[in-house]
Write a protein that binds this ligand. Structure first.
Ligand SMILES: [Zn+2]
Length: 426
């Protein structure tokens, strides 16, 4: 009887611990991790050897099993949070700066374990990292503050036959058997701070992608169309697995000193035009950050919004007749502030082109500033009838870069400010 009560207590603790936060993909964690490991080189899989199978079959669930698998629970703890057994941050993203710290910790542990040949430790820390990436990119975890979908169900009420079932588990669970055939894992940085930074931005891509999956899955659930549920879940799982493959590959390559010259070259610089800045912590621009001129709306990436249409980002560049299109540019409007944290000591320069749109900005005047926090590193007033200005600013000791645009007179309806091709360079 006592045994039974104890067992019930354990079940209850686990249930309460998890339900208040997030259950995560469940079984699909295994499917996603296995697909990701399948994309590694044969050398990498051989290095993992006997740890390969438990990594996908067991260790990727360590953060969910901290109450039942006490032997491995320490691989999912943070020294900065002594005594905390279940860490919600391993399942749900919080502030980008906060979970960047978490990524740095576990990536550091995993790389050190690979360097030291401690394969068991390496695989377990990788398991925790796989779990984090997979949960963050799960279609059940991507609605800020509503991972049980109460708010969503107010917008999209279920049909009567759905009853009162919580959606979280239904949205993400099932069997998702797939491979990443043909996918070549990306290399995400030579040092732990750089890896944490690049992994975070890859995770952001997975989160935004998974958001496009959530509603189709819910609608398919309401329609009791199981095949369609799986089909959409697989879309999110694939992108999740790609990020997991990138992460595991990078840790193994750096830890074992197997970084190729091409991979090193591939991370010699980083375009940040598509990155989400700290002003958009939940990966959308809150209304409080909208600019008022030239049109009321958020910052956009890769295009600008004008009269309800998408327009390419064109800047006139000195010495060229044709305006240049910046596919990875940022439409910063007539007033905006965009901040990005930088990995310590990795990049030496920030460079790019700043100006007003070649066709729509002729009568606007804007000041462009590059700042380190509040300290101005570079600033220039640009008129719409002048060519855009190129900049290259040194970055030593800079931890947070800020790109600011401020109106300086002219026609407010033509303040189409653009940051073109902004890159960090080593
Ligand atoms: Zn989880």
């Amino acid at each position: 009887m006592l045994r039974a009560i104890q067992r019930l207590m354990v079940v209850w603790t686990v249930w309460v611990g998890c339900s208040s936060a997030a259950l995560g993909w469940g079984e699909p964690h295994k499917d996603i991790t296995r697909a990701a490991l399948g994309a590694l080189t044969s050398g990498e899989r051989e290095w993992l050897g006997p740890e390969l199978e438990p990594l996908w079959n067991d260790y990727c669930l360590i953060p969910d099993r901290v109450f039942t698998d006490r032997a491995n629970a320490r691989y999912a703890t943070l020294p900065s949070r002594p005594g905390e057994v279940y860490l919600k941050i391993l399942h749900l993203p919080t502030e980008p700066l906060e979970y960047a710290e978490v990524l740095r910790h576990f990536l550091g542990q995993a790389v050190d374990a690979v360097k030291g040949g401690r394969k068991g430790d390496a695989a377990r820390y990788l398991g925790t990292l796989c779990h984090l990436v997979e949960d963050y990119g799960s279609p059940s975890h991507v609605l800020p503050g509503d991972n049980q979908f109460q708010l969503l169900q107010q917008f999209l009420p279920p049909p009567a036959e759905h009853g009162d079932q919580l959606l979280h588990g239904l949205v993400e669970n099932g069997r998702l058997e797939f491979t990443l055939e043909g996918y070549q894992p990306r290399f995400l940085g030579e040092t732990v701070p750089e890896m944490a930074w690049r992994v975070q931005h890859r995770i952001h891509e997975a989160i935004v992608h998974a958001r496009s999956v959530t509603l189709p899955v819910v609608e398919a659930l309401y329609a009791k169309d199981t095949a369609r549920v799986t089909e959409h879940q697989l879309r999110a799982a694939r992108v999740d697995a790609e990020v997991v493959a990138d992460l595991v590959h990078t840790v193994l390559a750096v830890g074992s000193g197997q970084v190729s010259a091409a991979e090193r070259e591939g991370v010699a610089s980083a375009g940040i035009g598509t990155f989400w800045p700290l002003e958009a912590p939940s990966l959308f621009y809150p209304q409080s950050t909208f600019f008022s001129a030239p049109e009321w709306g958020p910052v956009t990436h890769g295009y600008l919004r004008r009269d309800g249409k998408r327009q390419p980002l064109k800047l006139r560049v000195a010495g060229k007749d044709e305006a240049q299109v910046f596919g990875d540019g940022i439409a910063a409007g007539g007033r905006s502030s965009l901040s990005y944290w930088l990995p310590a000591g990795v990049f030496r320069w920030i460079e790019g082109t700043a100006g007003l749109h070649a066709e729509f900005g002729g009568a606007g005047v804007l000041e462009f500033r590059v700042l380190n926090g509040d300290a101005v590193l570079w600033e220039r007033v640009v008129r719409g009838d002048e060519p855009a200005v190129e900049f290259r600013v040194p970055l030593s000791e800079v931890e947070r870069i800020r790109l600011e645009v401020v109106g300086k007179g002219g026609d407010p309806r033509q303040q189409y400010g653009i940051w073109g091709g902004v890159r960090l360079v080593k």
